[in-house]
Design a protein around this ligand. Structure first.
Ligand SMILES: NC(=O)c1ccc[n+]([C@@H]2O[C@H](COP(=O)([O-])OP(=O)(O)OC[C@H]3O[C@@H](n4cnc5c(N)ncnc54)[C@H](OP(=O)(O)O)[C@@H]3O)[C@@H](O)[C@H]2O)c1
Length: 322
């Protein structure tokens, strides 16, 4: 068995590829042979120590594979099932053991790579658009990093709801893809001021909701893009941490709302997990969600995958193949 281990926080050189022997299975656990592992921006926060898992640790929280063993308390029917999982630490590994609570059965027609590309970012986009806000047809949203993993799915779900979407991105390649995916307006926030552009596009009205996963470089201007009583959904910090801010900024800018959600809280019950994963897989199978590119690296090349994601050059999803 092979896995990546991090013994100190830092740049990609801290990602070490090692051989290991798995501890014995607990009675309530299954053993999964990973076939595809999802790379997410949070893996970079963990590696750098922005969020600090205890050292040493194996990064990664998302994967898809086959159950090859089941603990004594579990039925042998588990063995051979194709499954995926999210928010389970230690995914950058050829094998992982876990309790069954967070397991999602992969439906027929969905490959391991599809599942590992889709499940975490798909369920994130799903809760963001359906459960953090109340949007109706023709409302306008501002979606930062719209060409990223979560961004491209959120864009598609927004268009299914007939929302007007203003997307930001830093590259011409992503701009083209956003237009193909139906983004109504694209702002190149690397060279255009997204606040004045949003004001211009909305004819001074502002947007109903901003989805901001960029953080440090966008947060304060995002507040100013909102209509009175608009909502800022701050769900990430790809550009760095948001500094502490004065809550009076919300009243000064029009009695605004703000939320800082996380996926864990929107898949707390098995009903929620099942509903969200079913919705996302069904949309994918019915072509309601288009098949966005999936860039592959071997598990050993996890560092290159992180470099690509950090460089802002990646479009869609990155998966590691053990
Ligand atoms: N709260 C939750 O439940 C939840 C769940 C999943 C993910 N997230 C967050 O959602 C965000 C997107 O995650 P993802 O895995 O789909 O990543 P991603 O969007 O594929 O990659 C991050 C994107 O952020 C943009 N960006 C802007 N400034 C950046 C900088 N200084 N360095 C790097 N990228 C920068 C880049 O797009 P441009 O080049 O177009 O600007 C880049 O492609 C992350 O912040 C992640 O932590 C939150």
């Amino acid at each position: 068995m092979k896995k990546i281990v991090i013994s100190s926080y830092g740049d990609i050189s801290v990602l070490k590829y090692i051989e290991f022997t798995m501890d014995k299975l607990n009675d309530d656990e299954v053993l999964i042979e990973n076939k595809a592992i999802g790379v997410n921006f949070i893996d970079i926060y963990h590696r750098k120590g922005i969020y600090k898992p205890d050292l040493p640790f194996t990064p990664g929280i998302e994967g898809a594979g086959i159950i090859i063993d089941a603990g004594k308390k579990l039925s042998s029917d588990y063995i051979g099932k194709r499954v995926c999982y999210v928010n389970t630490p230690g995914a950058y590994s050829s094998h992982i053991k876990m309790k069954t609570k967070n397991l999602i059965i992969i439906p027929d027609g969905i490959t391991f790579k599809n599942a590992a590309s889709l499940i975490l970012q798909g369920m994130t986009a799903h809760y963001l658009i359906n459960d953090t806000c109340r949007l109706k047809e023709n409302d306008t949203i501002l979606l930062h990093a719209a060409g990223g993993g979560v961004g491209l799915i959120l864009l598609q779900l927004s268009k299914l709801k007939k929302l007007n979407v203003i997307g930001t991105t830093s590259s011409a390649n992503k701009e083209d893809i956003l237009k193909q995916q139906g983004c109504d307006h694209v702002i190149r926030y690397d060279r255009q001021d997204f606040l004045s552009e949003t004001v211009r596009i909305t004819k001074q009205a502002g947007v109903d909701v901003v989805f901001d996963s960029v953080g440090a470089t966008t947060f304060f201007k995002s507040l100013k893009c909102l209509k009175p009583k608009g909502l800022l959904v701050s769900f990430g910090q790809s550009a760095g941490k948001i500094p502490p801010f004065d809550i009076l900024e919300l009243s000064k800018n029009g009695s605004l709302f703000i939320t800082r959600p996380t996926l864990d809280d929107y898949i707390r019950t098995s009903e929620e997990l099942t509903k969200r994963s079913n919705d996302i897989f069904s949309l994918f199978l019915s072509h309601g969600l288009s098949r966005i590119s999936c860039n592959e690296y071997s598990l050993q090349e996890a560092g290159l995958a992180h470099k690509k994601l950090e460089s802002r050059q990646n479009i869609g999803k990155i998966v590691l193949i053990p």
